[in-house]
Design a protein around this ligand. Structure first.
Ligand code: PMP
Length: 295
């Protein structure tokens, strides 16, 4: 970390012209293994993000997976880890734009436990900040500059005593959390905002849909009104950092009985078992770091 230096004139530092990923690795003590979760999915999403930002990494998804595995392996982690690849506009120039600039790629890893206490229900608020629109700063590109939107929303929410913010689209529909997708449970069904409502197309969101199918829980991707949040039976957030976290209060209104709901708990349990390598059926989500295959 100390040796990896970039210029203060770097384009991405000045203008937010980078794309990144956040990938988790879970330590399985019994097998003395770190499992990276949905590695290929993350790098395929990064390759989509860089297409939008006209960054050429010059590496394919498999080569990127191999780099992530090597970084964790060489760091010799024996605990939960987080991997952060960033592709960015590297030229030291004062000029807005995306063309005729040098592109660069870096990747680092760090130990990481729970982002929120996932056993405690979260108290959230609907933010006054709107989610950045696809025609302004597309959420589909996981761009560094786009996270100013999330930073404003969560900072104000936490300043007002909430754990997290829920952002609405410009036309007032529920989009997502500051760094997490959102599911509602209503009448035994899961409901989540569609990809066209300015969400980051979350990899955990996709994983939850797979798990819901296995648990026999129907899932609908559809527009969600703000007030549906207040009357939902259960709500949870999901994401690489957040994992699966129950929301038990929205704008001071109790959700269900104010405790983590049954469906949320069953999804959280199955998700955590799957990512730790404890469910045979989902071993193909995982890339072991020490020995074995990659990808
Ligand atoms: N939305 C936003 C804005 C995020 O930053 C994240 C975290 N990457 C997510 C959703 C969840 O995405 P994923 O499940 O791929 O981590």
């Amino acid at each position: 970390m100390e040796e990896a230096k970039i210029s203060i004139a770097t384009h991405a530092f000045n203008y937010g012209t980078g794309c990144f990923e956040g990938i988790r690795g879970y330590w399985n003590a019994e097998r003395e293994q770190v499992y990276l979760v949905k590695l290929q999915h993350h790098f395929r999403r990064l390759l989509n993000s860089v297409r939008l930002l006209r960054i050429d990494i010059g590496l394919d998804a498999q080569q990127l997976c191999d780099i992530a595995v090597e970084i964790v392996r060489r760091s010799e982690y024996h605990e939960d880890v987080y991997v952060r690849p960033i592709a960015y506009k590297a030229s030291p120039v004062i000029k807005v734009g995306l063309l005729h600039l040098q592109d660069a790629f870096c990747c680092f890893s760090a130990p990481m436990g729970d982002y929120f206490d996932i056993n405690k229900g979260l108290s959230v608020t609907v933010s006054g900040w709107r989610r950045n629109d696809d025609n302004a700063i597309p959420a589909r590109a996981k761009a560094t500059g786009g996270y100013l939107n999330a930073a404003l929303a969560i900072a104000d929410a936490q300043d007002a005593g909430f754990d997290e913010a829920i952002l609405l689209t410009h036309d007032g529909h529920v989009s997502e959390g500051s760094a997490a997708n959102l599911f509602l449970v209503m009448n035994g069904k899961l409901i989540t905002p569609p990809v066209a409502d300015d969400i980051l197309v979350g990899i955990t969101r996709g994983a939850i849909m797979e798990l819901a199918e296995k648990l026999g829980i129907p899932v609908a991707e559809r527009r969600v009104d703000r007030t549906e949040l207040y009357v939902a039976d259960e709500i949870f957030l999901c994401g690489t950092g957040v994992q699966v976290a129950s929301v038990t209060k929205v704008d001071g209104r109790k959700i269900g009985d104010g405790k983590m709901g049954e469906i949320t708990r069953s999804i959280q349990d199955l998700y955590l078992s799957a990512v730790h390598g404890e469910v045979e059926e989902y071993m193909d989500w995982l890339t072991p770091v020490y020995g074995g295959r990659t990808g």
